[in-house]
Design a protein around this ligand. Structure first.
Ligand code: ATP
Ligand code: MG
Length: 330
């Protein structure tokens, strides 16, 4: 089973939220997970209602059944310093480099270098073991860049490996790439049941596969509950006006509001109600098409409801429970 879960998807579909819920789900029953952020936006801290994350692994939540979720906002500059320290024993020179802006400079002129540092840090956490030889983290979940950039982001080690043909950077890039291309890694996509995000998901999957990167599952997020039963949807779709008017006036009579005679009172309400019902029907049809398109991808698929009041901490735990119920933890 994979231990590095990379969460991508179209912008705004809920990548950060789903990555956090997944980290909670995978930590349940006494496991330990690390949730990492690579874009420096402190979305995880906001979600867990804690202060900004430093460049340091820090426990941010307790999962159901006693598991632990740690979080880390990976900073490219700090990762480069760590890295230089490891290979060149820089000592105080590292701080000086940072002061004169050399680090900023290095990561700006070689964007590939920046990405290799970010993915490298995540891979290091995946493989880290304690003194007894056990993995420190059972799972690492990465809140990754959006679909349009994720393949390049993950594949960049190949570019760097080509760029630096020998030396520690080359070796590091190769080691990272071995983890990313192995079954130890799974790239998941978050989507909505709308045309554009579903299309982007299917394009993103094709791109990943072409690059030899492992695809995980699809999380359909913000699914709205169906409020009409099939018969009602059918009636609305076919605009059966009299039927709706009759049902409505009966309802009004029963509540004692029907004193103005048979359908007279209900009449003005019928058209707006039918209109709403038609819109609802159209949306359901659109969602059904989206579901069929996702099903054609033949990947493990999970569904999360739209939470009416937005996602607070309690909502996040609910999403985690839902993911577990649907078998995300295997
Ligand atoms: N299932 C849900 N129900 C209700 N609101 C949700 C749900 N999932 C996400 N949201 C809300 O949608 C908004 C976008 O979510 P999030 O920040 O996780 O998306 P993102 O894909 O990470 O966005 P970005 O592309 O900006 O990084 C947030 O306000 C979040 O609280
Ligand atoms: Mg995000």
């Amino acid at each position: 089973m994979s231990r590095l879960h990379v969460v991508s998807g179209k912008g705004g579909t809920g990548k950060t939220t789903v990555a956090a819920a997944l980290a909670l789900a995978l930590a349940a029953e006494g496991k330990r997970t690390l949730l990492v952020e690579v874009e420096g936006r402190q979305g995880i801290a906001q979600l867990f209602e804690t202060e900004a994350l430093p460049y340091e692994e820090r426990k941010i939540a307790v999962a159901p059944g006693g598991g632990e979720v740690f979080a880390l906002a990976i900073d490219a500059e700090q990762a480069l310093l760590d890295y230089l320290q490891m290979f060149y024993k820089l000592g105080g020179a590292g701080r000086a480099l940072r002061k004169i802006g050399a680090i900023d400079f290095a990561t700006t002129i070689a964007p590939g270098l920046r990405d290799v540092l970010l993915t490298g840090k995540a891979c290091e956490a995946v493989r880290r073991k304690d003194r007894t030889g056990r993995f420190v983290y059972d799972h690492v979940v990465m809140d990754a860049p959006p679909t349009g950039r994720v393949t390049r982001f993950l594949n960049v080690n190949d570019e760097v490996a080509g760029l630096a043909r020998i030396g520690p950077i080359h070796n590091q890039a190769q080691a990272v790439m071995r983890v990313l291309k192995s079954p130890e890694t799974a790239v998941h996509f978050v989507t909505l049941l709308e045309e554009m995000p579903v299309q982007e998901t299917s394009d993103g999957i094709a791109e990943l596969r072409a690059a030899g990167l492992p695809v995980g599952g699809v999380v359909i997020n913000m699914v709205r509950p169906a409020i009409l039963d099939d018969a009602a949807v059918e009636a609305a779709a076919n605009g059966r006006r009299e039927e709706v008017a009759r049902a409505l006036s009966h309802a009004l009579e029963r509540t004692g509001s029907g004193s103005r005679g048979r359908t007279g009172f209900a009449e003005p309400l019928v058209e707006p109600l039918l209109q709403q019902a038609r819109e609802h029907t159209e949306r359901l049809a659109l969602e059904q098409r989206g579901r069929a398109d996702v099903a054609r991808l033949s990947l493990p698929t999970y569904e999360l409801q739209l939470l009416g009041d937005g996602v607070d901490l309690a909502g996040l735990y609910r999403m985690a429970r839902e993911l577990r119920k649907q078998g995300v933890a295997g």
